[in-house]
Design a protein around this ligand. Structure first.
Ligand code: NAD
Ligand code: IPM
Ligand code: MN
Length: 361
C-alpha cells in the first residue's frame, strides 16, 4: 500500500471552504482504492494565525513541513494583514525554500460553454503554462531608500540565474518532448534589456539539444493578445514568474474562470514536498458565504495524483469535473449555477464514486 503524507494548509478566506471539498475527494480515493492511503496533518497558518502570533506560520514551520510528501494549500492573504507580508512569509517562502521551481498551470477548456471567447471550443483552448516559480521578478531583492523624502528611490530587482533559467526552460523542453507538443517561450527582451535578453538566449541555447521540438517565442504583450484571440497557438508555454502569474489569470478567464484554475508547485527532485493549490486567492468578496467554486482546488488534487504516479485517478478527477460541468444545477454561481460549495463538492464525489465503481478510467 502506498501512503502519501499530506500537510494541509487551508489558509484564509475561501481557502478552508474549497480545501474541505478537496479533502473529501482525497478521502473518497482512499476509500475506493485499497492500494492508496493518505495521512493528513492540518496546519492553522495564515492571516488569523498572524494576528494572534505575529507570524504567518510557526517559527519552525518549514522544518515541520519538510518531511511531508505533499502540501495541499487553499489560499493566503486577507484584509488586515499587508499582502506583501502574508504572501511572502507563507506561500512564497514555501515555493522558494522547498525549491518548487516549476509551477504547472493547465489552461484547458473542459466545457465549451464556459469560455467567453466567441467561436472557440475545447480543441482551441488546451495548453499548459510552465511558470518559473523560484526567482525572477519575485526574487524579493531590492531596497527602499530615503523613505518618504522627495529623493526617495525604490529598487525591485529581477534575479535570473543561469541555473534557474536553464532548469525551467529545460523542464519545458522535456515536457514538450514527452507530450509531443510545441513549446512557446514568453519574454520581453525589447524592454528588459538584461533579464529577458538572457532568457531568450538560454531558450535558444537549450533548444539546440531539442531539434525535434517546434518552438515559438513571443513578447508578453503579444502573447496576452493571442491568449484571447488565438489560444490555439499554444501547447506548452514557458515563462518567467511574474509573466506566468499574469498570463495564467488570463488563462483562467478563457477556460471558465478563477473557480476552475489549478496549479501545482513542483520540486522535480522530490528533495522537498511539492505543493498543490488553486490559482485563485482568498476571495474576500465571497468568503464565508459558502458559494466559492471548489473545482479549482479539486483539479489541483488531480495534479497531485499525477505527481504521485496515480494518473488513473488524475484522469478520473478531470473526467468527473467535465461531467459535473454539464450539470448547471450542481455548479456554483460563478459558473451560472445555484449550488453551494458543499453541494458542488458532494455531487462531485458522487460522480467520481459512480464512475470508478463502474470500471477503469
Ligand atoms: P482572488 O483570486 O481571491 O479573487 C479574484 C476574483 O475571482 C474575485 O472576484 C473572486 O470572488 C473570484 N474567485 C476567486 N476564486 C473563486 C472561486 N473559487 N469561486 C468563485 N469565485 C472565485 O484575487 P484577489 O481578490 O486579487 O485577491 C484576494 C487575496 O488573495 C489577496 O490577499 C491576494 O494577495 C491573495 N491571493 C492569494 C493567492 C494564493 O494564495 N495563491 C492567489 C491570488 C491572490
Ligand atoms: C498566484 C498568486 C501569487 C503569485 C501571489 C499571491 C503572491 O497571485 O499564486 O498566482 O503571484 O504567485
Ligand atoms: Mn496570481
Amino acid at each position: 500500500m502506498k501512503t502519501i503524507s499530506i500537510a494541509v494548509i487551508p489558509g484564509d478566506g475561501i481557502g478552508p471552504e474549497v480545501v474541505a471539498e478537496g479533502m473529501k475527494v482525497l478521502k473518497t480515493i482512499e476509500q475506493l482504492d485499497p492500494s492508496i492511503s493518505f495521512s493528513f496533518t492540518e496546519f492553522p497558518w495564515g492571516c488569523e494565525y498572524y494576528l494572534e502570533h505575529g507570524r504567518m506560520m510557526a517559527a519552525d514551520g518549514m522544518e515541520q513541513l519538510k518531511g511531508f510528501d505533499a502540501i495541499y494549500l487553499g489560499a493566503v492573504g486577507y484584509p488586515g494583514v499587508p499582502d506583501h507580508i502574508s504572501l511572502r512569509d507563507l506561500l512564497l517562502t514555501i515555493r522558494k525554500e522547498f525549491d518548487q521551481y516549476v509551477n504547472l498551470r493547465p489552461v484547458t477548456l473542459l466545457n465549451p460553454e464556459l469560455t467567453p471567447l466567441k467561436g472557440k471550443n475545447a480543441e482551441d483552448i488546451d495548453f499548459l503554462v510552465i511558470r518559473e516559480n523560484s526567482e525572477g521578478e519575485y526574487a524579493g531583492a531590492g531596497d527602499r531608500l530615503f523613505k518618504g523624502r522627495p529623493e526617495e528611490v525604490v529598487l525591485q530587482t529581477g534575479v535570473f540565474s543561469r541555473k534557474g533559467t536553464e532548469r525551467i526552460i529545460r523542464y519545458a523542453y522535456d515536457e514538450a518532448r514527452r507530450s509531443g507538443r510545441t513549446l512557446t517561450s514568453v519574454s520581453k527582451a525589447n524592454a528588459l534589456n538584461y533579464s529577458m535578453v538572457f532568457w531568450d538566449e538560454v531558450f535558444e541555447e537549450v533548444g539546440r539539444e531539442y531539434p525535434d521540438i517546434q518552438t515559438y517565442s513571443y513578447l508578453v504583450d503579444a502573447a496576452s493578445l493571442y491568449f484571447v484571440t488565438e489560444p490555439e497557438r499554444f501547447e506548452i508555454v514557458v515563462t518567467s514568474n511574474l509573466f506566468g502569474d499574469i498570463l495564467t489569470d488570463i488563462g483562467a478567464a478563457i477556460a471558465g474562470g478563477m473557480g476552475l484554475a489549478a496549479g501545482a508547485n513542483i520540486n522535480p527532485t522530490r528533495e522537498f514536498p511539492s505543493m498543490f493549490e488553486p490559482v485563485h486567492g482568498s476571495a474576500p468578496n465571497i468568503a464565508g458565504k459558502g458559494i466559492a467554486n471548489p473545482l479549482a482546488a479539486i483539479w489541483s488534487v488531480s495534479q497531485m495524483m499525477d505527481f504521485f504516479g496515480e494518473e488513473t485517478w488524475g484522469k478520473r478527477i478531470l473526467d468527473a469535473i467535465q461531467e459535473i460541468l454539464a450539470e448547471p444545477a450542481n455548479l456554483t454561481s460563478d459558473l451560472g449555477g445555484t449550488a453551494t460549495t458543499e453541494m458542488a463538492g458532494d455531487r462531485f464525489v458522487e460522480i467520481l464514486t459512480a464512475n470508478s465503481l463502474a470500471g477503469p478510467a
